[in-house]
Design a protein around this ligand. Structure first.
Ligand SMILES: Nc1ncnc2c1ncn2[C@@H]1O[C@H](COP(=O)(O)OP(=O)(O)OP(=O)(O)O)[C@@H](O)[C@H]1O
Ligand SMILES: [Mg+2]
Length: 333
């Protein structure tokens, strides 16, 4: 297969719907594409389906899950891959950065064994050469004393160091797509920033595509090209990250922006009223209708489609009038 051009997506998710056992729909009609080297943020409240959409890419959904729609990688259907193709895809094309590095690391193996194994298994590097290469991979993620670290076990490393090791392992496999599901939430705030900066720098240097799941809109805006805002198992707005706090068009995106804490820049955060709903709890209309300040009759009966409004895709019946009135954007920056 030819290498994808800049226009061709590397990852293409189209019309994805996931039903878990007991007719629990957790994702419906989710579509997004990520081009080679592009970074996409997935944001939204708990239960909105962010992790599910990543699990669908790796085909690691809960037992009994039924999937419709398609996931393609570099033009090939992931859904249609046989077990051998799926193994090759998971080990060589896509890498997952875990949320909690301590839970993901094997406590009885040294850092050196773990990283060496990745190189031997995914890249076919001879074991004798792998050790030298591993030290280089650790230096790339800001661990200069790699020789010494190789002999250590996960419990001897801080959470931030261990997450750097996980990033080194992900990069060592030579993937083209990184999937990072809240990769810094298990770390303290200053370490979060350091680890995110390293992940961002390495991603750019190796020109990798990335899907970053995070609750932090400001973080997503800083390190991604576009942001998809999810609510109740669907995307309600997909927009360029740059300037999103000034350009949000969906009432939910605006609500998320107003609810985030920020020091010194604006008035107190305003929490969104009500609680988030799961996809299977949403009525026939707009998934956000119960919590939206602009709901009218049509919003309760007819599901809005994700449609282009300028450079954004927005699923809201009232998007044009809200934009014209400028109502959404008064307090988000
Ligand atoms: N293993 C599972 N079995 C049954 N339901 C599940 C399972 N995992 C997730 N769900 C449900 O699927 C829906 C989407 O969950 P998902 O984990 O994708 O949310 P999320 O957006 O990643 O949330 P969070 O921010 O809390 O990680 C939720 O309603 C959740 O309760
Ligand atoms: Mg999640």
């Amino acid at each position: 297969m030819n290498a994808p051009t800049a226009e061709q997506p590397l990852l293409d998710i189209s019309g994805l719907r996931i039903d878990l056992t007991g007719k629990r729909t957790v994702l419906h009609d989710v579509s997004y594409a990520v081009r080679p080297g592009e970074s996409l943020g997935l944001v939204g409240e708990s239960g909105s389906g962010k992790s599910m959409s990543l699990k669908a890419v790796l085909r690691v959904l809960p037992t009994g899950a039924r999937t419709t729609g398609d996931v393609t990688f570099d033009g090939r259907s992931v859904t249609a891959m046989n077990p051998r193709e799926l193994r090759a895809f998971r080990s060589g094309q896509v890498a997952m950065i875990p949320q909690d590095p301590r839970a993901a690391a094997n406590p009885v193996r040294t850092v050196g064994d773990f990283l060496t194994e990745v190189l031997v298994r995914t890249r076919g590097v001879p074991r004798a050469q792998a050790a030298d290469r591993v030290v280089g991979h650790l230096a790339d993620v800001g661990i200069p004393d790699g020789e010494q670290r190789l002999r250590q076990h996960p419990h001897q490393l801080s959470g931030g160091l261990l997450q750097r090791v996980m990033i080194a392992a992900a990069l060592a496999a030579g993937p083209r797509l990184l999937l990072a599901d809240e990769p810094t939430t298990a770390l303290d705030v200053t370490t979060q920033q350091e680890v995110m900066a390293i992940l961002d720098e390495q991603r750019r240097r190796h020109q990798l595509a990335m899907v970053l799941v995070t609750h932090d809109l400001d973080l997503a805006a800083a390190v991604t090209d576009r942001i998809a805002v999810m609510y109740a198992g669907t995307i309600v707005e997909l927009a360029p990250s740059k300037g999103l706090h000034r350009t949000a068009q969906h009432p939910y995106t605006a609500g998320l922006l107003r609810s985030r804490p920020a020091i010194g820049t604006r008035s107190r955060p305003v929490s969104l009223p009500g609680r988030p709903v799961s996809a299977f709890e949403a009525g026939p209309g707009c998934v956000f209708a119960d919590r939206c300040a602009f709901t009218e009759e049509r919003c309760r009966t007819e599901r809005p489609r994700l449609e282009a409004h300028g450079s954004h895709l927005v699923a809201c019946h009232r998007v044009a009038e809200l934009a014209a009135a400028g109502t959404l954007l008064e307090t988000t920056s």
